[in-house]
Structures are given as C-alpha cells and as structure tokens.
Ligand binder design. Structure first.
Ligand code: ATP
Ligand code: MG
Length: 297
C-alpha cells in the first residue's frame, strides 16, 4: 500500500476525512471523549492562499496542529505533494497563535534558529537572516530581544523566522490577532507582498472575515465544533491586492457578506463549553521548538 493517492494528485496539501477525538480521564471520573473535529476535507493548490474561519473553539488550531504534523488525527490523513505526513518537517513553517519567540534569543538569533537546526553555515545564516530582516522591515533591530519589541515587530520576527528556513508551506494560526488594527493592516499588506514574491502555499486561520477575504484565494468556513467544512468560498478579487483599493470594492463587500452569512448560520457556543485555547505564551514556543527540533531528526 503506497502513500500517494493518484486521484488527488496535483494538490500541495490534501486533508482527507480528518477527525480528532480528545480523551481525558480525571481522578474519580469516567473516561471522557470529546470530538473536536469531524471529518474535515480540504485541498490546497501549490501557491494558493487559503484562509480558515470558524467560531471560537470549533477546532481550528487542532486542525492546524495536525497539518503541521505536531499531532495525529484520530482518523483520516494529510498528504503534502501526495505523500502522507507522519510528523513535523521544516517543509512546513508555522506561525502560532501568539508570538512564540524564544525570549533568550535576539531578533537575528530567533530568525536563524531553523537554519541552525538545518546546519546551515554561519555566513550563509547571516545572509539569509539579513534578507528576511529587511523583507519584514526590521533592519536596525537585529540585536534586540523580544521584550524590547512592539507586538507588531514580534509578529514580524515570527514571520521572518518561519520564512527563513524556506518552507514550501506556511501554516499561520491567527498571527495578527494580538496587534492593533492599524498594525494588522500593515502586516496584511506585507504578508501579501511577501507571498507574491515567494510563491509559498499558505494556510491562515483568522477570526476576522475581512482579513480572511482580503488575503485569500479561497476562504474555508468551518462549522461550530466538532467542526467540519461548511463551505469553501472562492475569492475572485484582482491581484495584487492592497488594503486601500481592495477593501473599498463592491466585490469585497459582497464576498465578505457571503462569508458572514455562512458563519451567521452558526450558533455561538455558550460560555463555559470548553473554549480552551491550545496555545498561549510559553506553551507556544515550546510547541514551535518541538516542531523545529523534531523536524531536524
Ligand atoms: N489537548 C486537548 N485536550 C482536550 N481538549 C482539547 C485539547 N485541545 C483542544 N481541545 C478542545 O478542542 C476544541 C477545539 O479547540 P481549538 O483550540 O482547536 O479551537 P479553535 O477553533 O482554535 O479556537 P480559538 O478560535 O478560540 O482559537 C475546544 O473545545 C478545546 O477545548
Ligand atoms: Mg485557535
């Protein structure tokens, strides 16, 4: 039994019938099962920009973890270039929810981390990090530590770190959620211009409908948990897009309205139904480190 599946050949990423059940056992209680994801199917073309929206707690981060190879689905499989994935890889760069930078490393050292793991010689590391520091607009801040940076700058470092080891696929989990609205728009413009230059395949999770539509070729709308795909909405807006022009267009409003309607049909989960974020602060860079470290093996 081979790992490639011919009928779906040609896609960069294929997720087939992905389900995830969490099992927990607390002292004095019966074993509990909780289904977070129910049979997700998505396909992403090479170089496509796909955004994913869905209600809070519906299972987006859980799904991205599985795409990254950081955790296994309970059933189903992910294929990258037709090959079934079995663990993390430097072919997939991750930008987590929150910044997930290593606080003890400078901007340059954070960005060079994946390159060190890849055993890239120091001179080449310097060249690559300098290029990405310039690309994300952080020239002059090479030797700063994360605590000396603003939220938007930290997010740029996280992006540069993911780009620097040249993954073919970028997986981004609400990367701009923690920055102010103005910085967020600047980062969205910058991400699009980087994507245009590098041709990466991107899967990007967001809570913002406007962000999802502005960035994407396709917006995947997930249902309330256990989530499944409600719709995949094609975004046929001209490129290159820039916030100022695109957001004022009638088509932009129409597509945003369509996504809003799809999401609106979903009941917001009641408070106390287990909206526990997977990552936060320290857990974030632990997961990132785990990804980079195990990818090196
Ligand atoms: N390790 C875990 N063990 C048990 N339950 C978990 C675990 N990780 C996530 N969950 C549960 O799975 C569900 C989906 O969580 P997930 O973090 O994927 O949602 P999300 O869509 O990313 O939410 P948000 O939009 O708030 O980031 C939640 O109900 C959460 O409590
Ligand atoms: Mg999440």
């Amino acid at each position: 039994m081979g790992t490639a599946i011919n009928a779906d050949a040609g896609y960069k990423i294929l997720a087939r019938n992905i389900s995830r059940v969490f099992r927990s056992k607390r002292a004095g209680e019966k074993r509990k099962e909780f289904k977070a994801i129910d049979s997700i199917n998505i396909q992403v073309r090479d170089g496509e920009f796909v955004t994913i929206v869905g209600p809070s707690g519906c299972g987006k981060s859980t799904f991205l973890d599985i795409l990254a190879g950081l955790s296994d689905p309970t059933s189903g499989a992910i294929y990258i270039d037709g090959e079934k994935i079995t663990g993390p890889s430097l072919d997939r760069g991750i930008v987590m929810q929150g910044y997930a930078l290593f606080p003890w490393r400078t901007v340059r050292q954070n960005i060079e981390y994946g390159l060190e793991i890849k055993k890239v010689p120091k001179r080449e590391r310097r060249e690559v990090s300098a290029r990405f520091i310039e690309l994300v607009g952080l020239t002059g801040f090479e030797d700063h530590f994360p605590h000396e940076l603003s939220g938007g700058m930290k997010q740029r470092v996280a992006l540069a770190r993911a780009l620097a080891y040249d993954p073919e696929v970028l997986l981004m989990d609400e990367p701009f959620a923690a920055v102010d609205a103005q910085t967020r728009e600047i980062l969205q413009d910058e991400l699009l211009s980087i994507w245009e230059k590098t041709g990466k395949t991107i899967v990007f999770i967001t809570h913002s409908i406007e962000e999802a539509v502005f960035l994407a070729d396709t917006v995947v709308v997930l249902s309330q948990g256990p989530c499944t795909v409600k719709a995949a909405v094609p975004v046929e807006l001209p490129r290159p897009r820039r916030i100022r022009d695109t957001r004022n267009s009638i088509d932009f409003s129409r597509i945003s309205g369509e996504v809003w309607n799809l999401l609106h049909g979903i009941e917001i989960p009641a408070v106390g139904t287990g909206l526990v974020p997977v990552y936060g602060g320290a857990a974030n860079f632990e997961a990132e480190k785990r990804n980079l470290d195990s990818a090196a093996l």
